[in-house]
Design a protein around this ligand. Sequence first.
Ligand code: FA5
Ligand code: MG
Length: 455
Amino acid sequence: MMLIICSRGLAQAFRSTAALSTSSAYTCLCHKHHMTAHRHMSNSTTASPQKSSDVTIQGLTYPTDSYTNVTPRIISKVGCNLHNQKYHPLNLIRHRIQNYFDTYFTTHIGSPVFSVFDNISPVVSVYQNFDSLLFPPDHPGRTVSDTYYVNSQQLLRAHTTAHQEDLIKMGLDAFLVAGDVYRRDEIDASHYPVFHQMDAVRLFQEKELFARVNDPTNLSIFEDGKRTADKQEFHSLEAAKLLEYDLKKTLSGLADCLFGKEVEMRWVDDVYFPFTHPSWELEIMFEGEWLEVLGCGITEQKILHNAGASHKVGWAFGLGLERLAMKLYNIPDIRLFWSNDPGFLKQFRVDDPNTPITYKPISSYPPCINDMSFWIPNEEFRSNDFYDLVRSVAGDIVERVELVDEFTQVAKQRTSHCYRITYRHMDKTFTQAEVNDLHTKVGRAATDLLGVTLR
Ligand code: FA5
Ligand code: MG
């Protein structure tokens, strides 16, 4: 029920945001790919209430329905593929990561073990993004509040892990997938609705995993045992521990290769992903705080079974390219990756991705901070709906949106939210009048599209 109520508001928002989006200096760099959502007026004799419009993404048309919540602004980012753009910092870092795998993981004849995929379409099925990875039916990631749906069957992938099953089914034992991913998420310096990930999978057969063990004669990778904090029920403890060792050695080797040994990092082990067990996150120290840069774990055996690789075991990880690049180049704000400003881009014009680069801020203009308080329309209201709307109306001028206060008037059965919006232009100083104007537009859009009552 919740899905239907939320998504109706969003589908309506989707139809109206084209008119609302302001032009921003931080849009897609490749204008040839600048896509807009086309809405075809449906023929009244054939139209069904569920299918009143289509949406076009990268030249392909998809029917819409009550799940549709992709906005023109989000669709305009599809095809930008910043990770494939020469001289872009995300391209530089992605090559550094790839070079690490190509250098340290080779076959006996010296060719790279890991195959690389960097151009798979981000439009995937609900099955690929969720079911193939064992997301339970009630997982919050599946809701329209968290994920950008094209329609009830297709969505913009929320992680590059969505391609895992297909690639394992192809018979691959080691691969890397780089790509753009889409999430309705918080808004601050390290979260953006479109970002880039690199996923990896490494599978082993018994002989290969135990190759470095002195006497593997009595060892087996499988057992019919119990699931514990350290292992899955199907795995022997030896197999689980060897996989954990290999995974953590691979990733700490990568972190050393990117940042050098002096960077502070830590493993977090109280972590859950539906598709790995056990699971971990790696955090690094950035600007005095721990920043999560990747998630990883031992692949759930059921996934390997479904993909026709029951006789193998393996590990997987997924890392955020922006977060690693922010640390590597000292980039303070995730919005900068979308900058067209030559002052930003020229700092990364190097042919050798190993060239050390420290980003020098082009300029820093003062922020304008405005609060907005409203009564939410009902229990189904989600903060992510508001975050998405603020980005649609005000674009990358919004640096941060925080829920700073929330209270309920029990007698009147209504709940108030107060959000603090930080506006900061990347290339000029804002006047308070300009910000007030934008802030009013945000308020009007929230009233019209989300049904809130401003206080
Ligand atoms: C995942 O996406 C898992 N698919 C990763 C994984 C793959 C785990 C395979 C195990 C096996 P998570 O939601 O934590 O996990 O995202 C992975 C990384 O993406 C984060 O560590 C972070 O670096 C980055 N990231 C997540 N959300 C954002 C965001 N909104 N903006 C920028 N980077 C983000
Ligand atoms: Mg995470």
